[in-house]
Ligand binder design. Sequence first.
Ligand SMILES: [Zn+2]
Length: 104
Amino acid sequence: MSIFQCEKCGCAENTACSMFHCRNSERLMHKLDLGKKLCSACVSGTFASGEPNKYGKWHNRFKRTYLPKGEFITNDQGNIEHIKSGLIGNEAYKKYGSDTEINK
Ligand SMILES: [Zn+2]
């Protein structure tokens, strides 16, 4: 399990709580979402077949923390890391995190 930054809203998400691992599956993903690293809320609530899935909303397994888009990577330990400062995980959330989407 790793933490990544959602490409659409910028929040920090766990790969196990989203469709991260099937993002390249044409069978499961809508064309619009294909290949994208999306959080559980930003990915479609239906599979490509139209069948409903459990996504399309935040999972509430942990708090949704929004981070400035494009400024974070998943490091070798699977943690979210701020590229410029090197701050990791909770330290990065403290400094850059927000409860609302950060529009830049
Ligand atoms: Zn998102």
